[in-house]
Design a protein around this ligand. Structure first.
Ligand SMILES: Nc1nc2c(ncn2[C@@H]2O[C@H](COP(=O)(O)OP(=O)(O)OP(=O)(O)O)[C@@H](O)[C@H]2O)c(=O)[nH]1
Ligand SMILES: [Zn+2]
Length: 362
């Protein structure tokens, strides 16, 4: 596989050449094509290897942003035989998509690097929310890549055309495509935005149809590119990896369950987020990113209540809903083992009670 087909260009050649001279051992360039937590797979011109980040890079890196992420071009020291390669350096990025952590001193968490296009997918079914698209757009713009909005599940929405117009109005100059991964309608216009050698990332909350779309785009090549799915130690499918797929037309697309955990695009609490977007926006101004608005210093939400900008009753109903939701989430997360232990304890208690009452009778 040539580096050019993975998106390599003259700027990288240049950066790599000046970097290599600083290392005593031979290095080869490659691109991070798969990431599962800290485990990276790097594709070089000759092969794909697992790579470990060199200790020096780990310790010298000024902040998390300097560490390798999916889409990065890196300099590797290949192993003599089998085994892991050592990743010594990350080449300067042309763009970087990071989760924003408002009010925090820390760097944003990296999502992907060296993107030309960021596809923001939103479903045209029940949860359609232009506000969320707006927020996601600002994140995409700040990456340095160009956003393209994908309105999925168009087959479920007879009024798709007017919603496209609505989104176009809030995002002047941004292509807005309606498509259906189910019928295939509009899917080819997605590939048209990703010519050979260009890299895109697909972002969107769970259920908007990202996997279905990727399957459509990949066609038969999915079977080749899809590696064995990892399982964690409990045999569950892990949901954190990101992968760079080569589309039949030569475009490169980063996707994976890890691409949906973008706070801005909403998750399970998106109903609440939607309803109380004003509070969430205020909360971005809180000093602590995990502020509970319970009297922490620098709390922008409490400040808004104090100034009268946010009615106290509205904050109270938001907090009540959050508590209910947290309770539901805890209930849902009772694991079988925990459930077993509870039964175990109940049986033991019953045995003791029986023994005690027997003693009393004796
Ligand atoms: N009607 C319709 N349903 C679709 C379309 N695309 C996906 N779906 C359905 O929507 C559901 C979610 O699709 P996925 O492709 O798994 O969504 P996802 O965004 O990958 O979700 P995660 O894997 O949880 O991140 C599935 O039941 C799909 O069959 C579409 O274009 N039209
Ligand atoms: Zn606060």
């Amino acid at each position: 596989m040539s580096l050019e087909s993975l998106g390599w260009g003259p700027a990288f050649t240049h950066a790599f050449a000046s970097l290599v001279s600083q290392f005593p051992h031979p290095l080869v360039p490659g691109r991070v094509v798969r990431q599962q937590r800290g485990l990276l797979t790097v594709q070089t011109a000759s092969r794909a290897v697992l790579a470990r980040t060199a200790g020096r890079l780990l310790h010298q890196a000024p902040g998390a942003q300097a560490l390798p992420t999916i889409g990065d071009w890196v300099a590797l020291q290949l192993p003599d035989g089998e085994g892991e390669a050592l990743l010594h350096a990350v080449l300067p990025r042309t763009s970087v998509l990071a989760r924003r952590e408002a009010g925090s001193e820390r760097d944003g968490q990296l999502i992907a690097a060296n993107l030309d296009v960021v596809f923001l997918a939103a479903g045209l079914d029940g949860n359609f929310n232009p506000r969320r698209i707006e927020r996601a757009l600002s994140l995409a713009w700040s990456s340095g890549a160009s956003p393209v909005v994908l309105l999925t599940k168009a087959d479920l929405q007879p009024g798709a055309a007017s919603l496209v117009a609505e989104v176009e109005a809030l995002a002047p100059g941004v292509p807005v495509l309606a498509l259906s991964a189910r019928t295939g309608e509009g899917v080819e216009s997605v590939s048209a935005h990703l010519p050979a050698g260009k890299t895109g990332a697909l972002l969107g909350s769970s259920g908007v149809g990202k996997s279905t779309l990727v399957n459509r785009l990949l066609g038969d090549s999915r079977l080749v590119t899809q590696a064995v799915r990892e399982e964690d130690d409990k045999g569950r499918h892990t949901t954190t990896h990101r992968e760079l797929f080569v589309l039949p037309g030569g475009g490169l697309l980063i996707d994976g369950p890890g691409m949906r955990e973008l706070g801005l695009l909403g998750g399970e609490d998106e109903g609440i987020e939607q309803t109380f977007s004003d509070i969430l926006e205020l909360a971005e101004g809180c000093r602590f990113s995990d502020c509970q608005h319970q009297g922490e210093p620098g709390c922008a939400v409490r400040a808004a209540v104090a100034s009268g900008a946010l009615p106290e009753a509205r904050l109270a109903s938001y907090e009540r809903l959050r508590r209910e939701q947290a309770f539901q989430a805890r209930k849902a997360s009772v694991t079988p083992e925990r459930e077993n232990r509870r039964h175990e304890r109940a049986r033991t208690t019953m045995a003791w009670d029986a023994l005690r009452s027997k003693r009393r009778r004796d």
